[in-house]
Design a protein around this ligand. Structure first.
Ligand code: SAH
Length: 393
């Protein structure tokens, strides 16, 4: 089938020539025809030189590029990309460790499949399509996953209702699109978690913090731990391996129920854990308890560049409170998962927070996302998770 041709304005081909996978609506000169949401289109520069093929979508990011060369861009290309992504993951150290059975299988741009997220929970693959291009071929993708050579997949769940852009006018119906599964307990470095892909945030679990949770575990011996924005208790379970006590705080009552379940799953009958439904800022402001290890893992304060300033203020306020409150010699794991907040900006907010308290603060680790969330070197935005481990005297 003939693909619709789209030309770019003069000079707007530069980022494409540097392999950036997004083309914004402002770069487009002319659309030859009427592409449907999710159609594959061909992109040319101002002088009609071929640049790329990608998924068309109305909205700010208008084209998500799948290929920078002229090649067959049907389902066989997607199959090859998925196969590449899974093969590479099969060599990752945490996979080989044998005590972890959840991971991100496809990380969008990081796996040259912009618009597609797939997470893996012990045999269940959960798809999140961020583009109509991938939503339209979800069943083919499910078929590819079910027969892949690398990781056994027994069921595929589509969780795209919230991720599909509103501009598409399409609402995804969530549910299993291949096989089905009841069992939802996964193992991460020997820690067990119940994952709720139906009602949970993202695909049900924050897989991206795996290595950081593990590091946190190493710091928790004998400590009084406060896990703020704790969600389903990921950090708390790791901490409880050898902490004195762990308090988990989240505004979501449902999250705290899940955290309690996960603690019970790993430490039946333990009295070292408390879950508290509260606003993290307020809790930190009023907390009478003394803590010597804190985790600050808030949701993305900035989803768009125009609220960047407020987001940076938010990080500053939160970190200031934590630095003020922590016991001398304490350690703070502090994170930002906002794509629009750069590592540099995040660090500046934490710096400003520290300076305001006047305490001595050292950075002892700089953290990021793990290897199953690879960063496409041509798409710096795919590096979204930033963390600092602070030692506070
Ligand atoms: N650390 C978690 C992921 C955190 S996601 C993990 O490793 O799994 C962010 C969490 O912050 C969500 O569960 C959300 O309910 C919670 N949240 C958002 N705003 C909050 C606030 N003001 N106070 C406390 N929790 C909040």
């Amino acid at each position: 089938m003939e693909l619709v041709k789209i030309t770019l304005k003069s000079g707007k081909d530069q980022s494409v020539r540097r392999y950036h996978p997004w083309i914004f609506s402002g770069a487009i000169k002319k659309i030859y025809g009427k592409p449907q949401e999710g159609d594959m289109v061909e992109v040319f520069d101002n002088h009609d030189n071929f640049l790329a093929t990608g998924h068309y979508q109305s909205g700010s990011i208008m084209i998500r590029i799948l290929s920078f060369v002229r090649e067959e861009t049907g389902i066989s290309l997607i199959e090859k990309r998925i196969d590449d992504a899974l093969r590479y993951r099969s060599h990752l150290p945490f996979v080989k460790s044998g005590d972890t059975n959840l991971m991100r299988l496809i990380h969008g741009e990081g796996d040259n499949l912009p618009g597609l997220i797939i997470d893996y929970y012990n045999g269940v693959a959960v798809i999140q399509a961020h583009s109509m291009g991938f939503h339209r071929i979800r069943n083919e993708i499910a078929g590819i996953l079910m027969v892949n050579r690398w990781f056994p997949v027994t069921a595929v769940y589509d969780k795209s209702e919230k991720s599909l852009p509103g501009s598409s006018g399409v609402t995804a119906v969530e549910g299993f699109i291949a096989g089905s599964a009841e069992e939802n307990v996964v193992t991460e470095y020997g820690n067990r978690f119940r994952v709720d892909w139906v009602n949970g945030q993202k695909t049900g679990f924050f897989i991206d913090q795996r290595e950081n949770r593990r590091l946190l575990g190493e710091y928790s011996e004998g400590k009084r731990v406060l896990n703020l924005f704790g969600y389903t208790g990921g950090f708390s379970v790791y901490a409880l391996r050898n902490a004195l006590s762990v308090d988990t705080v989240d505004v979501s009552a449902r999250a705290m129920e899940m955290a309690d379940l996960n603690v019970e799953l790993n430490f039946p009958g333990s009295d070292r854990h408390r879950s508290l439904v509260a606003d993290a800022f307020e809790y930190l402001g009023n907390a009478p308890e003394r803590y010597d290890l804190m985790i600050l893992d808030p949701p993305a304060f900035a989803k768009h560049g125009n609220v960047l300033h407020n987001a940076l203020q938010g990080y500053k306020r939160l970190n200031m409170k934590a630095i003020e409150k922590i016991e001398p010699g304490g350690v703070i794991f502090t994170f930002s998962c906002s794509q629009v907040v750069s590592r540099e900006n995040f660090r500046k907010s934490v710096f400003a927070a520290a300076a305001n308290t006047g305490r001595k603060v050292r950075i002892i680790h700089q953290l990021t996302q793990p290897g199953d969330h690879p960063v496409n070197i041509y798409h710096p935005e795919s590096e979204y998770l930033k963390g600092l481990v602070l030692s506070v005297d």
